[in-house]
Ligand binder design. Structure first.
Ligand SMILES: [Zn+2]
Length: 376
């Protein structure tokens, strides 16, 4: 096996704290040694990062990359003060259904390239713009070629053809669509919100997914309090995502349970909504993750650095807390203990910064600071 020595690390962010003038050894994709640069052992390959800060690769646990079409005009209208007109998501559904496999995969692959260039080494991809048996299965089959973290989101929105028969659509999502999607998915997700799926429908959808061996995730608390957050904790979801509107009972439930609260500040940025209060969650002892929610309607960013900058500026997180949420937090949200931090035995997924400290991710917003990623 080839061993690699990464040396000359000005600041190394590890599980056990921050080390200066550090080095680490990678053996077959796994971190095998961490210590002072001056004491580094020999290795087959040496990589000198010349004083840079090295952090864990970002883990983006929430991304909707499998779509076609463009919604620039909708964003422009929203930012110009025009009232949001419903139907944007349905335009993405129509474009996605009409796209070829090659078009869908090419678009997602381009976005994955952005993620990687931005320091992300693990990412999730959801379906949810097909909303038919064939189109949901197709999205997941294509997503599987890009990541192991694939999520079936047939319950993203009720498609137009089921507008008068939501119960019928839930039957489809928990029946034939689940049968077609499950072989290509690791997770099942549901958008539990007023105007989308209610708590009883969300429960039925998640239980059906669990019976097929899928892990559970939820969208909730984006537009208001809905009871979805407490359902997520009660049912043992790995993560409940958005968490912008939370009651005290929601926060208490999250603190007492093991469900990660994943915050998606790109959505609030792009819809001009109030940001979630990360400080309240952290002070209550809740595990918090940050993710991009990359999608063409409400958060068209692939930049975890951007999410960190917003979290620090607007959501009450320290730079260290935001980095942790974007790495270890995302790993927890995906139920992964092999990634998300720099520690012996973990996968050597690293981002090398063009900066002496990770604080620059928030201090220098909008500046591309990822020099290189190493992906085991
Ligand atoms: Zn989402």
């Amino acid at each position: 096996m080839t061993t690699e020595l990464v040396e000359g690390i000005g600041l190394l962010v590890t599980d056990e704290g921050e080390l200066r003038d550090a080095a680490l050894v990678i053996d077959d994709g796994v971190i095998a040694w961490i210590g002072a640069s001056s004491k580094a052992p020999a290795a087959d390959i040496r990589i000198d990062v010349d004083g840079a800060c090295v952090i864990p690769g970002f883990v983006d646990s929430h991304a909707h990359l499998m779509f076609a079409g463009d919604r620039t005009a909708e964003f422009e209208a929203r930012m110009s003060g025009q009232k949001y007109a419903a139907g944007g998501i349905r335009s993405t559904v129509a474009a996605t259904r009409a796209a070829s496999d090659e078009e869908l995969l090419a678009n997602a692959t381009r976005l994955v390239g952005e993620l990687r260039a931005g320091g992300t080494t693990t990412f999730e991809i959801k379906s949810g713009y097909g909303l038919t048996v064939v189109d949901e299965a197709r999205a997941l089959r294509l997503a599987q070629t890009l990541t192991g973290e694939t999520t079936y989101l047939g319950a993203h929105v009720v498609p137009a053809e089921y507008a008068d028969d939501v119960a019928g659509y839930v039957d489809l999502v928990t029946g034939p669509m689940l049968d077609a999607a499950a072989p290509h998915a690791k997770w099942i997700d549901v958008f539990c919100e007023t105007g989308a799926f209610d708590v009883d429908q969300a429960r039925a959808i998640l239980v059906a997914g669990r019976e097929r061996g899928l892990g559970l995730r939820m969208h909730s608390g984006q537009l208001g309090e809905s009871g979805g957050v407490r359902l997520a904790v009660e049912i043992g979801a790995a993560s409940v995502d958005h968490c912008t509107f939370l009651s005290d009972a929601d926060v208490d439930a999250l603190a007492a349970g093991s469900t990660v609260a994943t915050l998606l500040p790109g959505a609030e940025f792009s819809t001009r909504q109030p940001y979630p209060d990360a400080r309240r969650l952290l002070d209550a002892g809740v595990t918090v993750a940050l993710a991009t929610d990359c999608n063409p309607g409400s958060s068209f960013t692939t930049s975890m650095s951007f999410c960190i900058a917003v979290a620090v500026r607007e959501m009450g997180m320290t730079p260290a807390e935001a980095l942790r949420a974007a790495t270890a937090g995302g790993a927890a949200a995906l139920g992964r203990d092999d990634i998300g931090s720099i520690a012996l035995g973990k996968r050597a997924d690293l981002a090398i910064l063009r900066a002496p400290s990770y604080v620059h991710l928030a201090y220098r917003p909008g500046v591309p600071l990822i020099a290189q990623t190493l992906n085991s």
